[in-house]
Design a binder for this molecule. Structure first.
Ligand code: SF4
Ligand code: SF4
Ligand code: FES
Length: 263
């Protein structure tokens, strides 16, 4: 049998400060967690729950960075707890874990993100144009690979809402009544850039979704665990479409006519 590799020199325990309380009122409580190589923040929260705080509220599901449930602020930075290894954090101070702040607090590490699902319902779904003559003769619609690749990036979104949490328009200015937030600009961009989508998405992007309130700080892109280039690939093109429409409304009309008459 091959000799076992020596274990990495890791601290045996790590101190955590976890926000405890409900409806926004509460305090940080300190805990000492037994550390193991490869542990993530969610493991530490589970250890605390199992050993001393069975009523510690935390939302999670997959523990694989795919369900988007375990969003929190770790040392003040929006992160997925299940993808944040303890050995990547500053070992000289306790690790603080708090709920995301842009949405109403429920209990301990859980925030109520229901507003996002209400926004989602306001966006009309994919609305395909009727088949062109050429498509009908072939019996199928074909997409260029570059269109597939562009839309695929947006479909990687796991709805963790970390981008919504960090965006100052929602978090600090609390403009939820006039701004959909970066997650939904991803959705709007994915629909608007689909060559077969037939709805005019520009009025919603400009008015209800409020794209002009975004000032391209790129904070959303920096925290996205799926590495979606939210600012460069969704927000800036959407802003350009809104501006193009303002100065030349025939551009959109022309693009639709071109799409319909093309293969
Ligand atoms: S780039 Fe725009 S959407 Fe993203 S965080 Fe900044 S203001 Fe918000
Ligand atoms: S765009 Fe990124 S940060 Fe925003 S909800 Fe989707 S996966 Fe999360
Ligand atoms: S538990 Fe699913 S993303 Fe963290």
């Amino acid at each position: 049998m091959a000799p076992r590799k020596p274990e990495k020199d890791i601290p045996r325990t790590v101190r955590f400060r976890i926000f405890r309380g409900s409806r926004g009122a509460g305090l940080y409580s300190e805990y000492e967690v037994e550390n193991e190589e490869g542990m993530v923040v969610l493991d530490a929260v589970h250890q605390i729950q199992a050993r001393s705080e069975p009523d510690l509220a935390v939302r999670w599901n997959c523990k694989a960075g795919k369900c988007g449930s375990c969003s929190a602020e770790v040392n003040g930075v929006p992160k997925l707890m299940c993808m944040t290894r303890i050995d990547t954090l500053d070992p000289t101070r306790p690790v603080s874990v708090a709920p995301i702040k842009a949405f109403p607090h429920v209990k301990d590490l859980v925030a109520d993100v229901a507003w996002n699902y209400e926004v989602n319902k306001r966006i009309p779904p994919f609305t395909p144009a009727p088949m062109t003559k050429a498509e009908a003769a072939r019996g199928e619609f074909r997409m260029a690979q570059q269109d597939v690749d562009r839309l695929q990036e947006f479909r990687k979104c796991i709805e963790c809402f970390l981008c919504q949490d960090v965006c100052h328009v929602l978090r600090d200015a609390q403009k939820k009544h006039e701004f959909f937030g970066p997650r939904f600009f991803i959705r709007l961009a994915g629909l608007d850039m689909h060559p077969k989508d037939d709805l005019d998405r520009v009025p919603m992007t400009k008015h209800a979704a409020g794209v002009e309130l975004c000032n391209i700080t790129k904070c959303c892109t920096e925290v996205c665990p799926e590495h979606i280039k939210i600012t460069d690939n969704a927000l800036i093109p959407l802003k350009e479409r809104v501006v193009d429409r303002k100065y030349d409304p025939l551009v959109w009309l022309g693009s639709k006519i071109f799409k319909r008459s093309g293969a």
